[in-house]
Write a protein that binds this ligand. Sequence first.
Ligand code: ACO
Length: 437
Amino acid sequence: MTDNQTLTITDNRTQQSYTIPIYRGTVRALDLRQIKTGPDDFGLMTYDPAFMNTASCQSAITYLDGDKGILRYRGYPIEQLAEQCSFLEVAYLLLNGELPTANQLEYWQCKVMRHTMTHENVKKFMDGFHYDAHPMGILISTVAALSTFYPEAKNINDPKSRDKQIVRLIGKIPTLAAYAYRHRLGLPYIAPDPELGYTKNYMNMLWKRTEPKYAANPVLARALEVLFILHADHEQNCSTSTMRAVGSSHADPFVTAAAAIAALSGPLHGGANEEVLRMLGEIGSNDNIPGFIQQVKDGKRKLMGFGHRVYKNYDPRARIIKKVAEEVFEVTGRNPKIDIALALEKIALSDEYFIKRKLYPNVDFYSGIIYQAMGFTPDQFTVLFGIPRTVGWLAQWQEMLQDPDTKIARPRQVYSGEEVRDFVPIAERGVKQLVHA
Ligand code: ACO
């Protein structure tokens, strides 16, 4: 696996030199293991908390250049896909590597929509959640619970079973999300209507009241479709790495996806969209922006929706979302928070603190403002991220299982604790422990 480039390292402890292959700009950490001070030495390891500079896998799904602000799914620029595709078309692309033909798309849509229904028992345990349970907690639990309905899902090495679970999960996750939403409001659950297609069916399950047939506003439905496309995958982020790590133990895809949803729920990851809205609400008006920015620069606050581990340029998704926001506001009326967000962005992007650290708006900065204008409450925002990202997680999970390099994820550590010491009987501990403290 080399492209004939090498790296020569001299170990100054032993004066010995080693030549190791370079492949696609990386060296294998395991190649460093031969660098030892003696036969008893374990060999050199790399130390990289938070994987700041470590590729954990090879992937052919999503390409991201954070310095240039480029995002592509299977080689196609995100801007073109967001402009011209449906969400399920993009889902097919991410999972299969190619855009579907018209026939393939029709078949795929039918398959997914046929799996939007859930077992009736799901409604029973949905009812068990408290009325103000956070929908991400409900989603984590109910996705994990799907594992108990489909025990064959554990056959992760059987491609047919894998396909089945993939379609099941993509089909059912909007239904679970909609049930969680309606449970909170005390509204009866609405059965999926496959004829409506993926996004409009989701809107139907959320917002249908007494009308015989819910008709989603086409501009809002398209906006949601675009937002779903933008959120469908983003290579090895925290939740996707969780999906791969948990899946590498051969856990079934439902419990594995539940772990990924849990990772997504954190405010430093998908939970940021909810926090952005809270922050904008707290700022309240443009007059309070300078004071808020000062607090951020003093390290007392974070500007939520800004900064990214990989993007050191404008997040291309945020650029598209800004445009979508204007289209949505034509229908819903302008969400006043957008003006605070725009003013905040303008001040932040011209401030030395943000310029120096290359902090730009990320996908979460504007998405919540649109969701709120569409009628979602902030606690639903991360759910709206999790539904489309399920496709990315499953595509990455499938790729991981098919990769001959895959082994159970099991990082090393640098032990920094006590050397070996003798057991102290309980009666003799107090004094020693106090001395230790
Ligand atoms: N506001 C203020 N300062 C920030 C922010 C922010 N949002 N983000 C980073 N910084 C500062 C850090 O304090 C640090 O400053 P220092 O060098 O003086 O210590 C510097 O910028 C580098 O930041 P790190 O935290 O080291 O960057 P990291 O790559 O670890 O974190 C992260 C990335 C978690 C996204 C971070 O930028 C952040 O917390 N942003 C706010 C939360 C957010 O919007 N998350 C959504 C990310 S997108 C997604 O997951 C879908």
